[in-house]
Unconditional design. Sequence first.
Length: 166
Amino acid sequence: MSVAVMDHAAGHVTISHPSGTIAVPNDAVMRFTTPMWGFDGHVEFALLPAARRGVWWLIAVGEAPTTFVLADPFVVQAGYGIDINAAEREELQLENDSDALALVMLTLASSVGAPVTANFRAPLIFNLAKRLAKQVVNRDEAYSLSQPVDLTVYPNADDAHIEVSR
């Protein structure tokens, strides 16, 4: 079970996760303006860097232990495009493109030899300045819900680590 305790005085959120207890800075907690599809009870998530640059952990802050692996779509598909309409920009309070971070959700291989896949059709958009997020549907139907991705194209991040206490 994942339970979060807000400790604003210390400037962090403590998440009790099956992997252990994780202290997350408040500025890493993102609030979804509407829940992701299939996850109605979850709107707050900690966005944390993983051991590879461009790969992220998205860990639910709350009752259920929900964790996703996200990746920078532009690393594997340089020409990738996301069309965010005016209503979505307003919902995210996105005034500057430099505040935006787009990530795709990964599905890890369920068996040896099976590929890791990414959902390029419904990326997650983060407004890092306002700590808001939204899953959007890419209107370009050429993008796949399940595109194979080679994680080795993401370089190791020597400085990425998460402090977990048990």
